[in-house]
Write a protein that binds this ligand. Sequence first.
Ligand code: ASP
Length: 307
Amino acid sequence: MSWTIIATWRMALEGVSKGAELLKENGSASEAIEKAIRCVEDNPRYGSVGYGGLPNYVGEVELDAAYMNGDTLGIGAVAGLKDYANPVSVAKKLSEDRFNIFLVGAGADAYAHMNGFERKNMLTEAARDTWKARLKEVNDKNLSPYDGHDTVGMVVLDSASTMVAATSTSGLFMKKPGRIGDSALSGSGLYVDSEIGGATATGLGEDIMKGCLSYEVVRLMSEGLAPQEAADQAVQAFSEKLRRKKGVAGAISLVCANKKGEWGVGTNVEFSFVVATDQDAPQVYLANLENGKTVYRVVDPSEIEDK
Ligand code: ASP
C-alpha cells in the first residue's frame, strides 16, 4: 500500500527518515508525524523550531504548534507555549479533546504540566547570543527585526489511508510577546481531510493567514486539481492578490499531498523541502519560482543551508 510523507525545509530530513521507517512497517501516520516533528524540535541546531528556537523581542522562546487528524478532522493547537520540550505532542493530545482544543500562553503551559509533558528550558546559549546580537543591531541600525523564521510542517498518508498534518515553530524571531503566526491556525498553517488530502505552510504567518492557504490548497484538490497545480495556484494567485491589494507579499511556501500519495509544492521564494514515499527514499528538494511557476529539483542536503 502506498504512503507519503512531505515536510517543509531541509531541517526535516532526519525526522522524515525516522517517520518513513515507521510508515514502511505499516506504522500509523499519527505515530510517524509525531516522531518526525519531535526529532526536529529536539535538535538545537534549528533556530526556528523547539529547543534552540529563536526568542521573541524580550528574549523568551514562545512556541506554536498544531496537529490535525484527517479521518476525524480533530485538531489541537498551542500558541505561546513556554518551556515544554515537544509542543507538537501537546497539540496532538489536544486534538483528541472535544472542547478547549486551542490553548495559548499560561493556559497552554498549565495543560502541558497537568498532562505530564516534559518541561525544558527551551532557550539555548546560542539562541540567547543570537538574540542579544540582533537586539543591538536592530537598535543601532534601526533595522526591521523580523528576519529568520521557519516552521516544520508535515503532511503524512499512511498505508491504511489515514492522513494527518502537523506544524511546530518558534514563529518570527524578535516577534512581540504574544504574537501568534499561521502555524497554529487551522486552515492557514495546516489542513487535512483524509478523503481529499492535506497541506501545510511556512513563511510570513501574517500573510499566510490572510488567505487561509492550507485550506485553499485542500479545497483546490477537492475540485480535482493535482497537488502540484493546487499548491502552485494557491501560492501564486494569493501572492499576486496581496501585491495588488497591499503592495507587497511576504514569503509563502506550501507543501501538500493528496489521498493517493501524490504531492506538490508552491512557493514565491527559494524553499527546501523533504519527501519520502513507498517508492522513493527520503530526499531533499530545492524549489524556486521561475516564470510565475514553482520549479524544483533534488539537491544534496549538504548543498543547502541547514535550516
Ligand atoms: N509561518 C511561521 C510564522 O509566521 C514562520 C515561518 O514558517 O517562517 O510564525
